[in-house]
Design a binder for this molecule. Structure first.
Ligand code: ZN
Length: 312
């Protein structure tokens, strides 16, 4: 079925073991019909929220639930590109838990090179604002560099535009069309995957980055997800996993989604908890006391998503 792992068997043994391990977890997710949660962080509070939640849900599930820490260009600049790697590594060394590190939406070759050199387990090159041919050429360059440094590094590309910001939105973001004719076409996805050699694809299937104010995000096009999965035979990644319903996620996972990204809901939980903490303790100046409730609030969101994605 999936040619994802077979293709990499000849890649040699020099790849970082973490990338190899992540490949095994993705394969396992496809077999179990579950998805790995990918959660963006901006600070160490976010980091603890994700790993604490994974520990809680792993206990409930009776198995290790893997998680991917995601950092966009802005997020990893704030924490530090190599410091984020060190944070994940130190946690792994101490606990042995399956926590992985992904460079989320990366818009240039130079920034791809930076995370490959820093030893990230995976990266996403996002060339969706370019023409199809330019996107293919730029993605190929990133794939070649990534594989030259780490043959097992997981590389994801996006096809179809779903918006850029992880914000609470007043409406569907400009440039994003969710009617059927504008969704990623299976044959186009296949052409792109074959031309670039990426490991995973993030299609536009009715998902949007960010989440809509006060309401539910538009429903995902499950039929299209299945068609793309059947055609490209690569694990699919669902971006914009804030604001969608549990039923939509489960159906999307059944149709071939192996990783789901969540960011905006965590940002909202952080902001609301921080506002409440400052309001409740106007004389408090210890950051670790003011920030503690933000960890708890984000952790609750992550736990809920992990239960849904992993059918716990
Ligand atoms: Zn995304």
């Amino acid at each position: 079925m999936f040619n994802f792992f077979n293709a990499k068997k000849s890649a040699g043994a020099s790849g970082a073991p973490r990338s190899k391990e992540l490949r095994r977890y993705i394969e396992d997710a496809l077999e179990r019909k579950v998805a790995i949660g990918h959660f963006n962080i901006s600070n160490v509070e976010g980091f603890w929220a994700v790993v604490n939640a994974a520990e809680v849900v792993s206990k409930e599930a009776g198995r290790d639930i893997p998680v991917i820490i995601g950092v966009s260009e802005g997020e990893r600049d704030f924490i530090g590109v190599t410091q984020t790697r060190a944070l994940v590594d130190s946690y792994r060394a101490q606990t042995g838990r399956p926590v992985f590190l992904n460079a989320d939406h990366t818009y240039s070759f130079d920034r791809v090179k930076e995370v490959v050199d820093a030893g990230y387990d995976s990266f996403i090159y996002d060339g969706t604002e370019q023409s199809f041919d330019d996107n293919v050429a730029a993605t190929r360059k990133c794939v070649a560099y990534g594989r030259s440094k780490n043959p097992d590094i997981l590389i994801e590309a996006e096809i179809g535009f779903i918006g850029k910001s992880s914000k609470v939105l007043d409406g569907i973001p400009e440039g994003v069309k969710i009617s059927e004719e504008f969704l990623t076409k299976p044959e186009e996805a296949k052409r792109f995957a074959d031309a670039t050699g990426v490991d995973m694809l993030a299609p536009a299937v009715g998902n949007i980055h960010g989440m809509l104010k006060g309401g539910k995000d538009p429903a995902l096009n499950i039929k299209r997800i299945k068609e793309i999965s059947d055609e490209v035979k690569l694990p699919l990644v669902l971006h914009g996993g804030s604001g969608n319903s549990a039923e939509d996620f489960t159906a999307a996972i059944d149709a071939g989604v192996a990783i789901v990204h969540v960011n905006t809901e965590l940002r909202v939980a952080f902001r609301d908890a921080l506002k409440a903490a400052v309001a409740a303790h106007p004389d408090e100046v210890a950051p670790y006391k003011l920030m503690k409730p933000t960890v708890v609030a984000m952790q609750q969101v992550v736990e809920g998503k992990l239960r849904t994605f992993n059918r716990v």
